[in-house]
Write a protein that binds this ligand. Structure first.
Ligand code: AMP
Length: 342
């Protein structure tokens, strides 16, 4: 790993990095920073958690410090949470410059990008997930899945004093129901999904980051880029349909050299999906050992609790809100005029 001064970064930036515990450049930084400083267009591909943000934040700050003026850099991100997280890195590293930033979020992401003979660098690693990640699966019948989940969390709670888990699931409704259900079991769970107001999303994320709540139940809105170093476990409540989504999700743990575990709940209908994932990551998932009889002991209680939560949610306007959000999205995408929707 190279030191930052050898990449052409100024002393003040190197000092800022070391205050954040960043002393040696990661491969994506070592390779891309000099090209960006040279003024070349650049595309950098590397595993999640490998320091891609600093790879562009550092040279941007360096250039800005050499020739400071008005609006200097525009960063586009796939999720709102990621926009805030990247702004935070700009703020911390750019503090000596008195850097000012502005975050603009909305409903429209990017359609085209114009580039001029970009410099391209891709991490040579064959495997798309890091070695520090212990990747496991649990084979479960669909109807027993929630009992496995409850049992797993109970086990983590019993065996660890300091723990935090992200549980990914496929729909906003499922996310909401699982949160209600885990709370019935007195677990410190909180949710993050796109049916929530943005203010609530940020508030919940902050509560999870500060460890007030140790379980975050999320849809894929949280699967990209979120960097919460203390997450030790990622549980996939549903097996992701695409290997790419799996890689993003499990990348929320084992970040920046730390260890982490991912556990994917696999039903009889998901075996082919696991085969696809294993092929992509070039790693065989290992079975997570659990006592099945302990899981079966809580089966009825878990299934009854879930049903009660479903009934509770049906009595709210959750589905109606979903319809309204869908309509808003269609209007924004210009698929239908607002007049017609009324
Ligand atoms: P990223 O992949 O940009 O989300 O970064 C993942 C984490 O690694 C963040 O917490 C960064 O602060 C941290 N990080 C970035 N670059 C380095 C580095 N060179 N050495 C150690 N940690 C780093």
């Amino acid at each position: 790993m190279a030191v930052f001064t050898s990449l052409g970064l100024s002393e003040w930036l190197v000092r800022q990095c070391s205050q954040m515990g960043i002393n040696k450049a990661t491969p994506v930084q070592e390779n891309c920073i000099p090209a960006i400083l040279e003024g070349r267009d650049c595309m950098g591909c590397a595993k999640t958690g490998s320091g891609k943000t600093a790879a562009f934040v550092l040279p941007v700050l360096q250039k800005l410090s050499e020739d400071p003026y008005g609006i200097f850099c525009l960063v586009l991100t796939p999720t709102r949470e990621l926009a805030y997280q990247i702004a935070e890195q700009f703020r911390v590293l750019g503090k000596p410059l008195g850097l000012r930033d502005c975050i603009i979020v909305g409903g429209m992401e990017l359609q085209t990008i114009a580039m001029n003979k970009p410099f391209f660098w891709e991490s040579k690693s064959e495997v798309r997930t890091v070695d520090e990640l212990d990747q496991r699966y649990i084979l479960t019948p669909e109807k027993v899945k929630d009992s496995y989940l409850v049992h797993l969390i109970q086990k983590f709670e019993d065996e660890n004093s300091d723990w935090s888990i992200i549980i990914f699931t496929n729909t906003c409704k499922n996310c909401q129901i699982l949160t209600m259900m885990l709370r019935e079991f007195k677990f410190p769970a909180i949710s993050l999904h796109s049916m929530m107001k943005q203010k609530q999303r940020f508030a919940n994320l902050a509560k999870f980051k500060s460890n007030v709540f140790k379980i975050l139940i999320a849809t894929d809105v949280a699967s990209r880029g979120l960097d919460i170093p203390t997450v030790q476990v990622v549980i996939n409540h549903n097996t992701p349909g695409l290997p790419k989504i799996y890689i993003h999700r499990v990348g929320r743990t084992a970040r920046a050299g730390r260890n982490g575990v991912s556990i994917t709940l696999v039903t009889q209908y998901d075996i082919h999906l696991i085969n696809g994932i294993e092929e992509q990551i070039q790693t065989k998932l290992k079975e997570f050992p659990l006592e099945e009889k302990d899981v079966l002991k809580i089966l009825t209680q878990v299934n009854v609790t879930r049903r009660q939560c479903e009934i509770k949610l049906e009595s709210t306007d959750f589905d109606e809100k979903k319809q309204i959000n869908k309509r808003k999205q269609m209007i924004l995408e210009g698929k239908v005029s607002s007049l017609l929707m009324l």
